[in-house]
Design a protein around this ligand. Structure first.
Ligand code: FES
Length: 205
């Protein structure tokens, strides 16, 4: 019978027995962690790890500071609607495709359901509620009314915030730029013509 550990050719550099011996020696020398407990103890300590238990966070929303206690998995949209009663931004679907949850974070249009609340600390969050002060409303809201840019109204707060952010950045936008810039928001009622007219009029003023 053939010895399986015997060299098969004239180059005797490597045998299975030698390999196993070497492996055992390496494991013993390196004290490799093999159990979950050992692996957890051996893993480098990570900093700034939160949860899963609730944590206290402070958000700056519409110029006011709000402290809430939420699980780290909670989205900004959930905190705005459920904890702060700011129900302008809407949840339409699970994949943030509609843009109805658009808010501004540090002046940029952002989907609130795509952000964890915990990561929005230290930033200025602006919701559609900030565009009204008593009887005075932002020109974008007035423009939506003037141009009949809503039907059921479900997408409207998100669209208003998207138009506000877009015009802040492109105050003299063309029709083509407006259509492209608002392409991330969807209106199932098909009010695009009114929204576009509103944005174009504001851009021309
Ligand atoms: Fe109904 Fe846009 S007005 S979804």
């Amino acid at each position: 019978m053939r010895d399986h550990d015997a060299p098969r050719s004239s180059t005797p550099a490597f045998t299975r027995r030698a390999f196993l011996k070497g492996s055992s020696a390496a494991m013993a020398a390196g004290a490799v962690a093999t159990t979950p407990v050992q692996q957890a103890e051996a893993a480098p300590k990570r900093k700034n790890v939160f949860g899963p238990e609730p944590v206290k966070i402070t958000l700056s929303v519409n110029g006011r500071k709000h402290t809430v206690t939420v699980e780290p998995r909670v989205t900004l949209l959930e905190v705005l609607r459920n904890d702060l009663n700011l129900t302008g931004c809407k949840e339409v679907d699970d994949n943030t495709a509609s843009g109805a949850d658009t808010v501004l974070i540090d002046g940029k249009a952002v989907l609130a359901s795509a952000r964890l609340a915990i990561e929005c600390q230290g930033k200025e969050i602006q919701t559609v509620e900030s565009l009204r002060n008593g009887d005075r409303v932002d020109p974008v809201i007035a423009g939506f009314v003037k141009h009949d840019a809503m039907q059921c109204g479900f997408c409207t707060p998100g669209f208003v915030m998207a138009v506000r952010a877009f015009l802040n950045k492109h105050p003299n936008a063309t029709l083509e730029q407006i259509r492209k810039g608002l392409g991330g928001n969807i209106c199932r009622c098909g009010t695009y013509a009114g929204i576009t007219r509103c944005a174009l009029e504001l851009a021309r003023q």
